[in-house]
Design a protein around this ligand. Structure first.
Ligand code: GLV
Length: 326
């Protein structure tokens, strides 16, 4: 008998097929929304789960699902999983790093450029039939080329974002928990390390790419937004909760900063409806890694982690090494 696993969300059919070669798979190709209780119910008797960040894996869940041996998240972020609780319960946890670096870096740039050049605002104007004649003074944005890029969270995605700035003749400043080695700073367009607040005062475009943890909840709030230049843009492709969304809305309304690009929200898929009344924000629905090749790569990466975890091989992206017994 094959081990039983659950796939919590709809994924590529060929990945379900691939998993079925190894496991007895319960899929969710109708993409039903499981609440916490339904997730626990479906996990009964399962040894592994191909998980998505939209589901929470808590100490209570691990206690209620004693057969579970592996949670393999199809995401680089894993703040939906209580990793210490998983470790205590002997459950392996994996994520999908690296395969999404370049695609997510592209998207950070997409939002930065769209916000700086007022792309959404102009498109809405055109779609609303308001474009009757051309004006020299409409939709004037801020420049990206030649400006200073600020990256908060200089991990692999942050470095990929910084590298792209070379072609735009930009300076790069960054803030990170730990300073990068000199050769990594050099490769990231000679990125210059600053404190968070100094970065906010200096940068023309700030991109957030750090992982979420309670320690960085509302890292960017009213006080920090007040440090930014009135011509600056802010892009959040990291996680909801890192920015105080209500404070960002106030800053955008007051013209304290020029514009923002927001892909991740507090409490998503719900979000603060006040965003919708603002013209100077580009809003997207958490699609940073959403290209066809990258989502394929992420799905196979999560599947390979699950296959390794449940066949006594060390999963390539194991986050809690203590749980692996060779
Ligand atoms: C997406 O947000 C991810 O963490 O991969």
């Amino acid at each position: 008998m094959k081990p039983k696993i659950l796939v919590t969300r709809a994924i590529f059919p060929q990945v379900i097929q691939y998993l079925s070669e190894h496991f007895d798979v319960e899929d969710n190709q109708n993409d039903e929304g499981y609440d916490d209780a339904e997730l626990v119910r479906r996990l009964q008797g399962k040894v592994g789960v191909f998980a998505s960040p939209s589901h929470r894996f808590t100490a209570e869940l691990f206690a209620a699902c004693p057969t579970l041996k592996a949670v393999c998240n199809m995401a680089v972020g894993y703040n939906n999983i209580d990793v210490p609780a998983a470790t205590a319960a002997g459950v392996m946890v994996t994520n999908t790093p690296d395969v999404l670096n370049e695609t997510t870096a592209d998207f950070g740039w997409t939002l930065m450029m769209a916000a700086a050049r007022r792309v959404s605002e102009s498109e809405h104007y055109l779609r609303a039939g308001l474009w009757k004649k051309s004006h020299y003074l409409d939709f004037l944005g801020v420049d990206v080329h030649g400006s200073t890029l600020g990256v908060i969270g200089m991990g692999r995605i942050g470095q990929a974002i910084a590298r792209r700035s070379m072609g735009f003749n930009m300076k790069v400043v960054y803030h990170n928990r730990t300073r990068l080695a000199p050769e990594l700073e050099k490769a990231a367009n000679n990125a210059h390390y600053l404190s968070r607040d100094e970065l906010l005062r200096t940068a023309d475009h700030v991109i957030l790419v750090l992982p979420y943890s309670p320690a960085v909840h509302h890292l960017i709030g009213a006080e920090q937004l007040a440090l930014m230049k009135p011509t600056a843009t802010l892009v959040n492709i990291a996680r909801g909760g890192i920015v105080d969304d209500a404070a960002l809305i106030n800053a955008l309304k007051a013209g304290q900063i020029a514009a923002a690009g927001v892909d991740v929200f507090e409490n998503e898929p719900a979000f603060n409806p006040d965003f919708l009344s603002l013209k100077n924000v580009v809003l997207t629905s958490h699609i940073g890694s959403a290209s066809v090749p990258t989502r394929h790569a992420m799905a196979y990466c999560a599947a390979d982690n699950l296959i390794a975890a449940l066949s006594a091989k060390r999963p390539p992206n194991l986050l809690n090494a203590e749980t692996f017994k060779s």
